[in-house]
Design a protein around this ligand. Sequence first.
Ligand code: 2P0
Length: 348
Amino acid sequence: MSDIYRASTTAPVNIAVIKYWGKRDPKLNLPTNSSLSVTLSQADLRTHTTASCSASYPKEDTLLLNGTPQDVSGARTQACFRELRALRTQLEGSDSSVPKLATLPLKIVSENNFPTAAGLASSAAGFAALVRAIANLYKLPSSPTDLSRIARQGSGSACRSLFGGYVGWEQGSASDGSDSVAFQVAPASHWPTMRAVILVVSAAKKGVSSTTGMQTTVATSSLFASRASETVPRRMAEMQKAIQEKDFEAFGKVTMMDSNSFHATCLDTYPPIFYLNDVSRAAIKVVESINAAAGRIVAAYTFDAGPNAVVYYLEENEKDVAGLFKSILEEKDGWKGARGEKIEAQGA
Ligand code: 2P0
C-alpha cells in the first residue's frame, strides 16, 4: 500500500475596490493596471481545499469542487500544477531523504462555504486555496508573494486572496510576470470595523465572462486607455492613503467612482457589455440616499462583472446601511428575487 500525503488550507473571497480589467498578457494573466481589494470574512465566504498525492491514485490529476469533478486540463490549472511541481522537484533535488512527490498524481478536493452559483466570484478563493494547499503538501518554502505569482496564472484576482485584510496587486512591468504579485496594504486588524453587505441580485452565471469581456474592452474601448494609464494609478495612491488613514469618506468615494469607471468602460466596449441591471441601479440610488441623509459618505457600492452589489460601511453605521437594505428587501415588491447577505469585511 503506497503512502498518501495530504495537506489542507482555506482561502478567502476578495472584492476589488480598484478593479482589475484588462490583460497585457492573457497567457500569464498580466494586467493592464494594478488593483486593490478588501478580503471578506472566512466565516462567511471561503474555499476549503485539501490536496493529496499518492502512487496509489489513478494516473490523472483530479479536482472535485463541491462534490463535482472539474476539468483540470485547462491551461490555467495546468500552469499552477506545473509551477508547483517544478518547485517541489527543486526541493527534492538529489536528496534521497525527501520523498519524491512531484511526479505523483494529485487529488484536489475543494468546498466553498457558499453556493458556487451565488453569483459571487469563487475563482479567486478557489485558485488561491488550490495553490496554497499544494504548496503545503509539497512543503514549499514559498512566501505568500511567491504563491500569489503562481495563483495569478490560475485567475488574476486569485493572487489577492493569498493575503488577508486590504490587498493590492501590483501590475508589474516584467514580461515574464515575475513582478506582477499581490502585497498587503494593511492587515484586517488595522481597520477592523469595515463591513460589507452583499445584495445578491442574480445567482445566474454571468453573460459575458471576465476573460472575454476584458479583452473586448481592451480592443475596442476608447475610454480604456486613460483608465489604465491615468485614472487607476491615481486612485491606487488615493485608496492606499484612505486605508492607512482609515478615512471612510475617501475610501467610499474612490470605491464608488472606480466601480462606475469600470462599468463605463464596459458600456464603451463594442459590442457593449452590460453587467448592471435595474436592481443594481436601484441599489446605487439607495446608497446615494443613505449618504444624502447622513450628510457624508457612510456607504459605498461596488459591482464586479455581474449585477450583484457589494456595499461597504463601518460597523457604527450598521443600522443605517445594512438595516435599510434589509428593510427594503423585505418590503418592496420590486426587489423580489434579490437577497441580502451581511458579510464581515475582515480577512484572515
Ligand atoms: C476584480 N474582476 O478586480 C475584477 C473586477 C471582475 C471585475 O478580477 O481572466 O476572474 O481569471 O484573470 O480574475 C474577474 O476576473 O479574471 C475580476 P481572469 P478574473 O476583481
